[in-house]
Ligand binder design. Structure first.
Ligand code: NAP
Length: 472
C-alpha cells in the first residue's frame, strides 16, 4: 500500500486485541479498493480509554472499532451515539463528527466521535442475505450477554411476534426484556418472555427460529452445546449460531440433524467490518471485494492443508500432483477423473454429447460437493476450472491454489500427440493453445495464491517449490 501525505489511520481499541481479524478485513478492503487507509490494533488500558479516544480524534484518526471490554464504557468518550447503539448499550464503531467551518472559527459545535453498533447491522445484513425472514415468527434466543441484546433488538426491528430469551442467569434475560420494552421501537404487539435456560420446555410454540448467543461451543470446546435435548431441536426450523469457530458448531449439527437449516455468523463478523469501513470512507465496498475478503477470512479462520493445482492442459497438474501427494503422504484427487466417474463417460464424450457449458456446470457442482470434505489432499483441476468466478472462489476455500505455468511452445510439445483433449481437436492446435492461453493466463493468475514456473520439466524442482509454499 502506498502511504503518503493523504493516507488515513483507522484502527481498533480494546484489550486484548492480539487475536483480532479486523486488520485483515480492513487492510484487505483498502488494498483492493486502492484506498490509502491503514488499520492498526491498539491495546488500551481501562484508565486510558477516554484519553485514547480523544487523542485519536486530535490525531485526525478517520475511525475506530471498539472491542471487549469497552463496548459500553466507550460511550462516555463520545459526542453522539446512534439510537440503535444507545438502545443496545454497546458501541463498536466510532465515526468522526466534524464541526462546520463557522463552528470551527467560533470554537463551538460538536467535534469528537459518534458511536454506532455495526454488530447489529452486520447480523441484519447476514440474515437478509441468507433469506431468513423473521417477521411474525417466534424466535428463541439462547444467552443474555452482550451480543444477545443486539439479537433481541434486531428481532424487534424485524417484526418478530414472540421473543423468548433463555439464560442460565435468568435475571440478565429479565433485564434485557425490561430495557427493551421501554424503547420507542418496541411495539405492544410483541411478546417478550425471559426464562431460565432449564425451562426451555415451557416454550409453547411447535416451531421457531433459534439464535445461539452463548459462548458455549466455541473452539476448542467444540463438543459442548448449551442445550442438548432432542425435543428442543425438533422445533428449530432455522438455527443461527453467533459463534463462527468451528464452522459447524455442535448446536448447528443438532439443528441440521433434526431437519432444520443452520448458519454460523462469520458473515456477521465480515459485514460489521464492511459497514464500519463504509461509514468511515463514505462509499460502498463493491460486492465482489466483499466476497474476496470473505474467502480470505475463511482461509484464515478455517485453515485447510489441501493443495490445489490449476493451469492450462499439459502444465503438469496431474503428474506433479500425484508425485507431490506421494512424497508427502497426501491423498490425490483429479477433478476430471472424478467427473468422468460420476458421469459414467469420458470428458470428450461429455463435451461432444452435452456441450462445454454442461461440463462447466458439472465442475461447479463437484466443487460445491467437495469443498468441505477434503483434507490433506492434492487436487488437480481441469484446465478450464477457474474460468467461472464461483469456481475460482471455491478453489481458494479448498486450499492453497498454485498455478503451474508453462510457455505455449512447451505446452504444445507436451500434448501434441494426445488425442483426448477435446479443445485441441482442430487443424492448428498450436494456434488454439496460443488463443486460449491469452484468454486464460490472467484468469489463472487471479485465481492463484502462488504461481510456479514448470518450463524446466523438472518435477523435483517444482515439488520442492510447492513444499516451500505449503510450509509458509
Ligand atoms: P458474554 O457477554 O460473555 O455472554 C456470554 C453468554 O453465554 C451469557 O449469556 C452466559 O450466561 C452464557 N454462558 C456462558 N457460559 C455458560 C454456561 N456454562 N452455561 C450456560 N450459559 C453460559 O458474550 P457475548 O459478547 O454475548 O458473546 C457470546 C458469543 O457470541 C461469543 O462466544 C462470541 O463468539 C459470539 N459473537 C460473535 C460475533 C460475530 O461477529 N459473529 C460477535 C459477537 C459475539 P450467563 O449470563 O448465565 O453467564
Amino acid at each position: 500500500m502506498d502511504i503518503h501525505g493523504k493516507s488515513r489511520l483507522i484502527g481498533l481499541i480494546g484489550n486484548p486485541v492480539e487475536h483480532t481479524l479486523s486488520p485483515m478485513i480492513h487492510n484487505g478492503i483498502s488494498e483492493k479498493m486502492g484506498i490509502s487507509s491503514v488499520y492498526m490494533p491498539f491495546k488500551v488500558e481501562r484508565e486510558g480509554l477516554v484519553k485514547a479516544v480523544e487523542g485519536a480524534y486530535e490525531l485526525n484518526v478517520l475511525g475506530l472499532n471498539v472491542t471487549v471490554p469497552y463496548k459500553n464504557d466507550v460511550m462516555n468518550a463520545l459526542v453522539e451515539i446512534d439510537d440503535a447503539a444507545k438502545h443496545i448499550g454497546a458501541v463498536n464503531t466510532l465515526v468522526r463528527v466534524e464541526p462546520s467551518k463557522e463552528e470551527k472559527s467560533s470554537s463551538s459545535g460538536m467535534h469528537g466521535f459518534k458511536g454506532y453498533n455495526t454488530d447489529l447491522l452486520g447480523l441484519q445484513r447476514q440474515i437478509h442475505e441468507d433469506g431468513i425472514v423473521l417477521k411474525n415468527e417466534t424466535v428463541v434466543i439462547l444467552g443474555a450477554g452482550g451480543v444477545a441484546k443486539a439479537v433481541v433488538y434486531l428481532c424487534i426491528l424485524e417484526g418478530v411476534k414472540t421473543i423468548y430469551i433463555l439464560n442460565r442467569t435468568v435475571e440478565k434475560a429479565e433485564r434485557i426484556a425490561k430495557d427493551m420494552k421501554q424503547l420507542e421501537v418496541f411495539s405492544d404487539g410483541v411478546k417478550m418472555i425471559p426464562l431460565p435456560l432449564a425451562d426451555y420446555d415451557k416454550i409453547e410454540e411447535d416451531a421457531f427460529v433459534a439464535f445461539q448467543s452463548t459462548s458455549i461451543g466455541l473452539s476448542p470446546n467444540i463438543e459442548e452445546v448449551v442445550l442438548s435435548d432432542e425435543a428442543f431441536y425438533q422445533k428449530v426450523t432455522i438455527g443461527i449460531d453467533l459463534i463462527y469457530n468451528p464452522a459447524n458448531t455442535k448446536f448447528m449439527q443438532l439443528v441440521t440433524e433434526h431437519g432444520g437449516k443452520a448458519y454460523n455468523a462469520l458473515k456477521m463478523l465480515l459485514y460489521q467490518g464492511v459497514i464500519a469501513y463504509e461509514l468511515w470512507h463514505e462509499q460502498k465496498v463493491p460486492d465482489e471485494i466483499v466476497e474476496d475478503i470473505y474467502i480470505e477470512l475463511k482461509k484464515v479462520v478455517y485453515p485447510k492443508d489441501n493443495l490445489v493445482l490449476i493451469g492450462f492442459m499439459g502444465s503438469g497438474k496431474t503428474t506433479i500432483g500425484k508425485e507431490y501427494a506421494k512424497r508427502n503422504q497426501m491423498n490425490f484427487l483429479d477433478t476430471d477423473a472424478y467427473i468422468e466417474k460420476k458421469a459414467g463417460k469420458k470428458i470428450s464424450e461429455i463435451f461432444k454429447e452435452d456441450g462445454e457449458e454442461y461440463f462447466r456446470q458439472l465442475e461447479t457442482s463437484v466443487l460445491e460437493e467437495l469443498k468441505n470434505e477434503l483434507n490433506h489432499t492434492v487436487v488437480s483441476t481441469g484446465g478450464g476450472m477457474p474460468l467461472r468466478r464461483q469456481n475460482a472462489n471455491r478453489l481458494k476455500e479448498i486450499g492453497k491454489v498454485c498455478y503451474l505455468s508453462a510457455a505455449n511452445q512447451v505446452i504444445f510439445e507436451r500434448i501434441k500427440d494426445n488425442k483426448n483433449r477435446p479443445l485441441l481437436q482442430c487443424d492448428n492446435p498450436y494456434e488454439k493453445i496460443c488463443k486460449l492461453m491469452s484468454e486464460r493466463k490472467p484468469i489463472y493468475e487471479k485465481a492463484a495464491d502462488y504461481c510456479i514456473d514448470t518450463n524446466s520439466n523438472d518435477i523435483n524442482e517444482v515439488c520442492n517449490e510447492i513444499k516451500k509454499i505449503m510450509e509458509l
